[in-house]
Design a binder for this molecule. Structure first.
Ligand code: ZN
Length: 276
């Protein structure tokens, strides 16, 4: 869908020899019609994480890539990491805010059941659906629903999947205040190799540009309360390096589409992984 640039209306050519305010205008360049341009609406990306560092570790480079391209990116964090072994909630929140700023994203915190207490409930899906209706993203990124990780991660993945569906339903009483919204694509990110969905073929996002890797690394370093106790950064960089090298680029992040992407024609398909 395109939008018309404001003021982009066409002006007809001025007749030669016409007078404006009594002054001869014959020597002025002929006014040409202003071209109109259909600008694509920027695709807003919204990433949702259970804890203050999940998005950054799982797909921070993808967020950085969007922000650097001028597309809005918004992060929604569903706890302040209050059950973590390291770092206070206040500290975790500050780290996440700093990290989001490094990525070029905006951030908000929403309270569900709290860290380590998240349960799959309709009320949570409706709450997140309300955020989807307010932000109106094209792309939603959520933690993988695959288990064998922090239980909040997989549960949040399921809740977000439900939220994306409820956001487009017109008759939900709690959501009547805002118009329904259908996202284009729900993609899952994973924080560990073990939590990658086994039953979904990934798409790969090429994050090889050195400045993107640098921004991503700084964003992860902002979570000092976590990175000081475990080498999370090296884990993510190594995963991206292995994904990238395996596919024929320097670094790549795997995202797992909840639904098969649709292309208008074969011409929209470009690169694929150059597997060894
Ligand atoms: Zn987490």
């Amino acid at each position: 869908m395109g939008c018309r640039r404001p003021g982009g209306h066409s002006l007809g050519p001025r007749p030669k020899g016409s007078q404006l305010s009594g002054l001869p205008v014959g020597d002025l360049p002929e006014e040409r019609p202003t071209p109109t341009v259909d600008l694509a609406v920027p695709k807003v990306a919204l990433a949702i994480g259970a804890h203050p560092d999940d998005i950054e570790f799982g797909c921070g480079a993808v967020i950085a890539l969007e922000a650097r391209a001028g597309r809005p990116a918004h992060l929604v964090v569903c706890s302040q990491g209050e059950s973590a072994s390291h770092g206070t909630p206040e500290q975790r929140k500050k780290e996440a805010e700093k990290s989001a700023a490094i990525l070029g994203a905006t951030i908000e915190f929403v309270k569900l059941d709290g860290d380590a207490h998240l349960e799959i409930r309709a009320a949570h899906a409706i709450k997140l659906a309300g955020i989807l209706r307010r932000i109106r993203p094209s792309i939603v990124l959520a933690s993988s629903p695959a288990e064998n990780q922090h239980p909040d991660h997989s549960r949040l993945g399921s809740i977000v999947r439900d939220a994306a569906r409820l956001a487009r339903y017109g008759g939900i009483e709690e959501l009547r205040a805002s118009p329904a919204h259908a996202i284009d694509q729900l993609l899952f990110y994973s924080q560990t190799p073990e939590s990658e969905p086994r039953d979904i073929s990934p798409i790969l996002i090429d994050i090889s540009a050195p400045e993107i890797v640098a921004i991503w690394t700084r964003a992860m370093e902002a979570h000092a309360s976590q990175t000081s106790v475990r080498n999370y950064i090296e884990l993510q960089l190594t995963r991206a390096r292995l994904r990238g090298l395996s596919a024929g680029v320097e670094h790549a992040i795997a995202l797992f589409p909840n639904d098969p992407p649709i292309f208008n024609s074969l011409s929209q398909l470009n690169r694929s992984a150059r597997l060894f």
